[in-house]
Design a protein around this ligand. Structure first.
Ligand code: C2O
Ligand code: CU
Ligand code: CU
Length: 474
């Protein structure tokens, strides 16, 4: 048994530590007073118009971050030392995302949740050599939602994300603009990325891919410190009105079930790739890695109050929300939001069902018995053909399943009825041990027999280890 470090954040964190698995080697014991730092809001990157297209520049770089007082941690970010700016786009925009790789090693930067041509996907086939540039050009062609970007470097995705590279992509469209939702960025419309990290005594990030270290570390890298938008246990001051949180689980491996104290409920208004048809009243929301949930919390009658958002799975406190500002406007989120019937594939039209078996054999994470091979196309999809994908988790371990460029609709879960908040458009779905999930999907464009997209478990250590396959659209 290795020495288990102890982070003196709060009582609840200590409880969390004893409950979570993973071997922590040389973890530090930095002191941090909970909720003493303000949540940082990533700056917006709105793009500059060049020849009718919007140009967005991102520079992947090394930097230094300060998670704890007087401690310096080397990290990586986009246009800064940690994380990256929030890319804002509108449906219909022609965009150029220009990525400069200032790191001393190759990097791929993937646009998670974006519906785009495979060559523009930023997956391992579009790696950018050190000191080189790559531009992803496409037209935004999807519903308003909260997406994100993160590294997708061959066999290095997990490390690169862990080092700090990730950011939001927020898509707006006319339909969502017309709905009376909170939309003032940083005021009542707040992006929240939740991640976990561990630290060595010298302040550097502790990372273990966990391979060959027994069952607990096969689960993936689980950190013992929660960072939210790059800040340890932050607080957020909000006005006494409806507040929208765009929550992303940007962790490598940890899943969260998020809940507010005092049983304060909220409405979920969006899943990964679109608003829900109707808002769903919730008291907690589960997010596996890479999943997003947009929620609206009504603080209208809570002036002066404080709430704590915590993870009830491991007992971590995530964020303190202080209702300490006077609202200067109001919003009234309606219960009926949008109509998804034109974008959800009709399951009665399905021409085939593909089965994907997630498994672990001889310590190898596989999909349909295979490890990832960059030179192998696993599935060929015909454009415009509706398909059902059945994802079966044959293992005893949790996994999820993400597919690139495609937004699916969950039609069946073996473990329970499909919950209301999962009945929209998604790109990542939780598949509990020994359970299965059926989704319906259709790819309506971007045929290219040479350039594959990926599907994989979004526990990044599993993806790195080969739990990933490739498909083309023809
Ligand atoms: Cu979020 Cu293949 O990735
Ligand atoms: Cu993706
Ligand atoms: Cu997995």
């Amino acid at each position: 048994m290795t020495r288990r470090g102890f982070i003196k954040l709060s009582g609840i964190t200590a409880i969390a530590l004893s409950g979570c698995s993973g071997d922590y080697l040389g973890v530090s014991d930095f002191e941090s007073k909970p909720f003493s730092s303000a949540l940082s809001i990533p700056p917006e990157l709105k793009g500059t118009l060049v020849n009718g297209k919007k140009l967005y520049k991102l520079n992947a770089q090394d930097g230094l971050s300060h998670f704890f007082e007087n401690i310096t941690t080397p990290t990586r970010g986009l246009n800064g030392a940690l994380l990256g700016p929030t890319i804002r786009v509108d449906d219909g925009d022609e965009v150029d995302f220009e990525v400069t790789n200032s790191l001393n090693e190759p990097l791929a930067l993937h646009w998670h949740g974006m519906h785009l041509p495979a060559k523009m996907d930023g997956n391992a086939h579009q790696e950018i050599a050190s000191k080189q540039k790559w531009t992803s050009s496409f037209t935004i062609n999807q519903k308003a939602c909260t997406n994100w970007y993160h590294p997708h470097t061959h066999k290095k995705t997990a490390q690169h994300v862990y080092q700090g590279m990730a950011g939001f992509i927020i898509i707006n469209d006319k339909e969502s603009d017309a709905i009376d939702l909170p939309k003032t960025y940083g005021v009542d419309d707040i992006p929240i990325v939740i991640q976990d990290r561990s630290f060595n005594d010298d302040g550097t990030l502790f990372y273990s891919a966990g391979s060959g270290m027994g069952m607990s570390s096969m689960r993936g890298m689980l950190g013992d410190v929660i960072i939210v938008n790059g800040v340890v246990n932050p607080y957020l001051e909000v006005p006494n009105k409806e507040v929208r949180l765009r929550i992303l689980n940007g962790s490598n491996a940890r899943f969260y079930t998020l809940k507010l104290n005092n049983n304060k409920s909220f409405k979920q208004i969006a899943s990964d790739n679109a608003l829900l048809e109707s808002s769903v009243e919730m008291s907690e929301v589960k997010l596996t890695t890479a999943e997003r949930a947009e929620i609206v919390i009504d603080f209208t009658n809570d002036a002066g109050k404080e709430f704590i958002l915590s993870d009830i799975d491991a007992g971590f406190d995530i964020l303190k929300i202080k209702v300490s500002k006077n609202a200067t406007s109001t919003t009234k989120t309606p219960s009926k939001l949008i109509d998804l019937s034109s974008v959800i594939a009709d399951k009665t039209q399905a021409v085939k069902t593909r089965v994907f078996e997630l498994n672990m054999r001889q310590m190898r994470f596989t999909i349909n018995g295979k490890l990832f091979d960059k030179d192998r196309i696993d599935e060929t999809i015909n454009v415009d053909e509706v398909e059902i994908w059945e994802i079966k988790n044959l293992s005893n371990m949790v996994h999820n399943f993400h597919m690139h460029a495609t937004h699916f609709h969950i039609i069946q879960r073996s473990d329970r009825e499909v919950p209301l908040n999962e009945r929209g458009l998604k790109d990542t779905v939780f598949v509990p041990p020994k359970e299965s999930v059926k989704v319906v999907l259709v790819m309506r464009d971007y045929t290219d027999s040479k350039s594959p997209y990926m599907y994989h478990c979004h526990i990044l250590e599993h993806e790195n280890a080969g739990m990933m396959g490739q498909f083309v659209v023809v």
